[in-house]
Design a binder for this molecule. Structure first.
Ligand code: ZN
Length: 405
């Protein structure tokens, strides 16, 4: 596997407070010259392709770190076998993060056993035991990957017995990955234990020696077991998880350069809270999720945006845009907004032309990643507090309006 390093850059005291864990970081790879700055969103890949766009249409400001859910390639194992790696298969050299589950696909309960865990694909449940898991990792050759885990711990429905199994199996899968020579580097550890503080602490105690004995192999931490993935995660209140995350961070305080991530459909206001909690890497699946529904991001990620709406987003698949002479968003510099009108994109959707989805995705990718650029800029220039308030205000006004309706 490629050499990769992560280092965090501490911020000056005026930005960080005890309740604010926001931080900047740098990911460096042996295979590509460019450093990836964090906090960053990844570029989500579904079933082996970036949805609706080709690689040359992806806006320049998009972070070139692919998020390829492991399960999404189970059914393409044979193709990968012939090509040697995902990079050869797709002819790209970008680094790859392989989470175990797909942020867009809701999990069902009951998918794990003593020697296997399941991923859900278009054609249903796929069981992965450690051998099949190892084979997939060897085929994809991700730069970073998350190990297999159980995590089947629905809120309010999980018994102590179920929690014990969750911890026992997740630990065994982690040990397996650490012991398998060919896949034993650049590992992201899934932290399980559901919404139970004691269970989460127990799990961290269970695996603490594995972290300290394998510091070189372990790249980061992913907070798992809080949800069953899929569309519902868009509305999770990340602040309700604050105490869980802070407790874990305190326990891992000595490991300064562990990367922190969590799968979620990261709505922009949650991104802000996530950064306050010290997350470095964010799933990019949100862009695909909203683009699939013809939603256009319009929240103001900086002062220069003059929106044609006061909302944070709108749905372009609405009759009122049939004669829209403006771009998707005024003054946006993306390819779609510089070249096409709302009316034309509305027409493309009505006639079911794929180009409609492509133009929407290009705008949303540009907008979402420009947001992350501004986040990093505000952290660098000590204006994070003002920036986070500016974003949260837009979302709270909208939520208030929705409640009044
Ligand atoms: Zn645009």
């Amino acid at each position: 596997m490629a050499n990769i390093s992560f280092k965090t850059i501490s911020l000056s005291n005026s930005t960080t407070t005890t309740t604010n864990a926001a931080r900047l970081g740098e990911l460096a790879f042996s295979t590509i010259p460019k450093i990836i700055e964090t906090p960053a969103a990844m570029l989500y890949v579904r079933s082996g392709v970036v949805p609706d766009v080709t690689y040359d249409l992806i806006p320049d400001n998009v972070t070139r770190l692919l998020e390829i859910p492991l399960g999404s390639l189970v059914e393409s194992m044979r193709n990968l076998e012939n090509m040697g790696s995902y990079g050869n298969f797709a002819r790209i050299k970008y680094p790859i993060y392989c989470p175990f589950h797909d942020s867009l696909v809701e999990l069902r309960s009951g998918g794990s056993g003593n020697i296997y865990s399941s991923v859900w694909t278009k054609s249903g449940r796929q069981e992965l035991n450690i051998d099949r898991f190892k084979k997939l990792i060897q085929l994809i050759q991700p730069t970073i990957y998350e190990t297999m885990f159980d995590g089947d711990t629905p809120i309010d429905k999980t018994t102590d017995k179920r929690f014990n199994k969750d911890r026992e199996r997740s630990r065994r899968f982690l040990e397996n990955s650490l012991n398998e020579q060919t896949i034993s580097s650049n590992i992201i550890i899934p932290l399980v234990g559901g919404h139970d503080k004691r269970q989460r602490q127990l799990y961290l105690n269970d695996i603490h020696h594995l972290i300290s004995n394998n510091e070189k192999k372990i790249f980061g931490i992913s907070f798992e077991g809080f949800h069953a993935y899929g569309p519902l995660t868009e509305n999770i209140n990340i602040n309700s998880l604050k105490s869980f995350i802070e407790e874990t961070r305190t326990k891992l305080i000595d490991y300064k350069n562990l990367l922190f991530t969590m799968p979620l459909l990261w709505r922009p206001d949650n991104v802000i809270h996530g950064i306050d909690l010290g997350f470095d890497l964010f799933s990019g699946a949100y862009v695909t999720y909203i683009s699939d529904r013809f939603i256009i991001l319009t929240f103001k990620y900086n002062d220069k945006i003059s929106s044609n709406t006061i909302d944070t987003e709108y749905n372009i698949n609405s009759k009122q845009y049939a004669n829209g002479k403006q771009s998707l968003l005024l003054n946006c510099n993306c390819y779609s907004c510089k070249n096409y009108t709302q009316a034309y994109i509305y027409h493309l959707i009505q006639t079911k032309e794929l180009l409609g989805r492509t133009l929407i995705t290009i705008h949303n990718l540009y907008h979402y990643h420009a947001f992350f650029e501004q986040i990093r800029e505000s952290l660098k220039t000590n204006t994070w507090n003002e920036y986070r308030i500016m974003i949260l205000k837009q979302y709270s006004i909208e939520q208030q309006q929705q409640q009044q309706q």
